[in-house]
Write a protein that binds this ligand. Structure first.
Ligand SMILES: [Zn+2]
Length: 321
C-alpha cells in the first residue's frame, strides 16, 4: 500500500511508534484507536503497519514485512484487514454497514480483524453512530482504527471510547534525510521540499512529482518581472495555488532576511541571493504590502476567482502600487 513495510522504515514519529509498540507488546491493544495529526504525515501508513503487526506470522509484535500475512496486507488482499477510504465528501454508509456485519465475525486466517477508516471525520452521522454502537460493545477479535486530520469533527462519544495516537509534522532535517535517503530526491530539492511542505512527507512527495522546484522558479521569476507570463500555462486551480504559494513563501524569505533572520530559516535557501537583492530594492512596508496582496489573491482563488486573470496581475511592481 505505502511501500513502507516495517517500523524501522517509518521515520520521524517516535512518540506514536513508541505508544503502538507498547500496546503491541503488552497485548492490550485498545479496540478503538484514533490516529490523528496533519495531512500527509503517515497516519494511514501507520494504521496498515499496525494491522500487519497484529497479524504478522512470526508474531514478534512488529511487522516483518515479508511473511505471507504482511504481503497480503500490503496488497490489500488480506481477508481480515479492511481499509475503508473515501476521498469524496463522505465515507460511504454502505461500507460502514458492511463493517457492522463483519466486525463480529471471527478472524478468517489472522489473529485480529482490523478495520481502518480513513478520513473518519467524513463519516455521515448515521455511520458515526454505527461505529459508536460497535465501540460500546467491542468484539474481542477486532479493532477499529479511525484515521483523521480533524479529530474535533468526530463525535465526542466516539473520541471518548478510543485511544488517541498523535502523529506530528516531521522536523525539517528528518524529512530532508528521508526524502534523500529513502526516495532518492537530490539534496537541493530535498532541502527545499522539507521546509516548503511544512514537515509533511506526503505533501513533499506530491510536490516532488509535480516538479515543484521548477514551478517555483518560474513563478518567482515571473513575480519579479524576470520571467515569461505563467498564467496561460495554468491548467487547474491547483496549479495556480502552487504558483502563488511558492511566490508567497519566497517573499516571506525576503522579508525574513531583511529583518535580520538567519539564512537557515529560509524555505528557499537555494534562492537566498535574489531574496537578498529583492530585500535591498524595496522597503519593508512595500514587501509587506506585496505579501498581503498575495495572501488576498490566495483567498480570492478559494472563492472561485478567474485563475488566469488573478495570476496575470501578480507582479511585484503591481502589488506594491
Ligand atoms: Zn510479517
Amino acid at each position: 500500500m505505502s511501500g513502507i513495510s516495517c517500523f524501522a522504515e517509518f521515520k520521524g514519529q517516535d512518540e506514536a511508534l513508541g505508544m503502538l509498540r507498547q500496546y503491541l507488546k503488552s497485548s492490550r491493544m485498545p479496540s478503538g484507536l484514533i490516529f490523528c495529526g496533519p495531512e500527509g504525515v503517515g497516519k494511514k501508513t501507520a494504521a496498515v503497519l499496525t494491522a500487519k503487526a497484529l497479524n504478522c506470522l512470526p508474531a514478534a509484535n512488529e511487522p516483518c514485512g515479508q511473511c505471507a500475512s504482511c504481503l497480503k496486507i500490503e496488497k490489500g488482499e488480506h481477508p481480515d484487514v479492511h481499509l475503508i477510504e473515501n476521498d469524496q465528501d463522505a465515507v460511504k454508509s454502505d461500507d460502514i454497514r458492511a463493517l457492522r456485519r463483519e466486525i463480529f465475525l471471527k478472524p478468517y486466517e489472522g489473529r485480529k480483524r482490523v478495520f481502518i477508516i480513513d478520513n473518519a471525520h467524513k463519516l455521515t452521522a448515521e455511520a458515526a453512530n454505527s461505529i459508536l454502537k460497535v465501540l460500546e460493545e467491542p468484539p474481542e477479535g477486532s479493532i477499529i482504527i479511525l484515521v483523521t486530520s480533524c479529530p474535533s469533527r468526530l463525535l465526542k462519544t466516539v473520541l471518548s471510547r478510543c485511544q488517541s495516537v498523535r502523529f506530528r509534522r516531521l522536523a525539517a532535517p528528518v524529512l530532508e534525510a528521508l526524502l534523500r535517503d529513502s526516495h532518492g530526491v537530490d539534496a537541493q530539492t530535498a532541502g527545499f521540499l522539507s521546509s516548503f511542505s511544512c514537515g509533511s512527507p506526503g505533501a513533499a512527495l506530491k510536490m516532488q512529482r509535480r516538479k515543484i522546484v521548477e514551478e517555483r522558479d518560474r513563478a518567482v521569476d515571473y513575480f519579479l518581472g524576470k520571467g515569461p507570463d505563467i498564467s496561460a500555462g495554468l491548467k487547474e486551480r491547483e496549479d495556480a495555488k502552487a504558483a502563488m504559494t511558492a511566490m508567497a513563501a519566497w517573499l516571506r524569505d525576503v522579508i525574513l532576511l531583511k529583518t535580520g533572520a538567519p539564512e537557515s530559516r529560509l524555505v528557499n535557501y537555494d534562492r537566498r541571493r535574489d531574496a537578498a537583492d529583492c530585500g535591498a530594492r524595496y522597503t519593508t512596508a512595500e514587501l509587506l504590502k506585496a505579501f498581503r496582496s498575495l495572501a488576498d489573491s490566495l483567498l480570492f482563488l478559494e472563492q472561485n476567482a478567474n485563475v488566469k486573470l488573478l495570476v496575470s496581475g501578480l507582479r511585484m511592481e503591481s502589488c506594491i502600487k
